[in-house]
Design a protein around this ligand. Structure first.
Ligand code: HEM
Ligand SMILES: *[C@@H]1O[C@H](CO)[C@@H](O)[C@H](O)[C@H]1NC(C)=O
Ligand SMILES: *[C@@H]1O[C@H](CO)[C@@H](O)[C@H](O)[C@H]1NC(C)=O
Ligand SMILES: *[C@@H]1O[C@H](CO)[C@@H](O)[C@H](O)[C@H]1NC(C)=O
Ligand SMILES: *[C@@H]1O[C@H](CO)[C@@H](O)[C@H](O)[C@H]1NC(C)=O
Ligand SMILES: CC(=O)N[C@H]1CO[C@H](CO)[C@@H](O)[C@@H]1O
Length: 279
């Protein structure tokens, strides 16, 4: 029978092995993961995504947003793409999916890549690459090698995605729970330099900020007046540009808008209330 000392040595060794396994997992993403297993993967993704965006430029924003939504629920493993089944409501059918669009782009890229190299390239990588290709904005290197998940649960969207009414303290905590810091938060929120929103995502600031039929006093009152003309109380269908006038161009306008107290969502406006994000 093993004595306690050798058992504890075994335990330490096992722990070390698990830590090493975990590290090697974390390191399995790398640039050009498919360079030998499927050399054309990235080029196919780029070609097809670019074709779609040429036809329908407004798909760029929802693809970027879809990548964000995918990553915040169970990690970047394409669970956002899975369909609901008879006995399971999937992420894409949760309430915050309002305006998630562009699934057909990922489907088309996946179909083309499957023809070239069946069963090799993950949908999660395709989504990450397509989001970058779609926005026609800054380039960022994307290590690949993500593996696709098989679980997608609508209820997890509500508990993992930060809602539009979060303040900077709550957003900071939400991002921290995904390993992102407050600088990541301020930088990634620039995604709101493109795309649109539906009225209910911000109309509380126009009509019922504290539940007393009031407006958000921190917002530019002229902007509130303009927005009220577009979004009447109870309007759930009208869409507005998040970054008015330049919502198709991936620029730094977002930060100008926020600093002028015209951040559309409370989650944008709140950056002025913290000295770190304000800076
Ligand atoms: C910080 C927390 C965030 C909150 C609370 C938030 C919230 C929202 C809301 C409420 C909408 C409008 C949905 C609608 O009414 O149709 C929206 C749209 C959008 N979000 Fe965010 N978001 C956040 C972070 C991000 C990040 C990190 C990205 C990407 C880097 C992103 C990219 C987008 C884009 C591109 C749109 C426009 C989508 C379209 O045009 O269809 N958001 N977001
Ligand atoms: C989800 O359903 C749509 C419509 O039937 C289909 O086109 C798409 O490929 C499905 N996606 C997945 C990931 O099964
Ligand atoms: C943010 O919201 C939380 C929860 O409502 C609240 O406790 C906290 O005081 C708020 N923080 C700021 C900086 O407004
Ligand atoms: C405003 O908010 C309060 C509290 O949430 C709610 O009871 C009331 O019905 C809202 N008013 C309108 C017009 O939506
Ligand atoms: C702003 O956020 C930073 C970083 O989380 C924090 O250290 C600081 O206390 C916050 N400041 C205010 C005024 O909330
Ligand atoms: C694009 C998409 O998948 N929209 C779905 C969002 O969720 C509702 C149910 O909450 C579905 O009806 C939509 O089809």
């Amino acid at each position: 029978m093993a004595n306690p000392k050798s058992l504890s040595v075994l335990f330490i060794q096992l722990t070390l092995v698990l830590i090493l396994l975990d590290l090697s997992n974390a390191q399995s993403l790398k640039l050009g993961f498919y360079s030998t297993s499927c050399p054309p993967a990235e080029a196919i993704t780029k070609k097809i995504t670019t074709q779609f965006i040429y036809q329908a430029p407004s798909l760029a924003a929802p693809l970027l947003r879809m990548h964000f939504h995918d990553c915040f629920v169970r990690g970047c493993e394409a669970s956002v793409l899975l369909n609901s089944t008879n006995n399971n409501q999937a992420e894409r059918d949760a309430i915050p999916n309002l305006s998630l669009r562009g699934f057909q782009v990922i489907d088309a890229v996946k179909a083309a890549i499957e023809k070239a190299c069946p069963g090799v390239v993950s949908c999660a990588d395709i989504l990450a690459l397509a989001a970058r290709n779609a926005i026609n904005g800054p380039f960022w290197p994307i290590p690949t090698g993500r593996r696709d998940g098989k679980i997608s649960i609508a209820a997890e969207v509500l508990t993992n995605l930060p809602p539009f009414f979060f303040n900077v303290t709550q957003l900071k905590a939400s991002f921290a729970s995904k390993g992102l810091n407050i600088k990541d938060l301020a930088i990634l929120s620039r995604g709101h330099t493109i795309g649109i929103s539906h009225c209910p995502s911000f109309s509380n600031g126009l009509y019922n900020f504290t539940g007393k039929g009031d407006t958000d006093p921190k917002m530019d009152q002229n902007y509130i007046a303009q927005s009220k003309k577009k979004c009447k109380p109870g309007d759930t269908t009208t869409i507005v540009q998040i970054d008015p006038g330049s919502s198709k161009i991936f620029d730094t306008d977002y930060y100008t808008v926020v600093s002028k107290r015209r951040g559309l969502f409370q989650s944008d406006a709140t950056f002025l209330t913290n000295s770190t994000t304000n800076a």
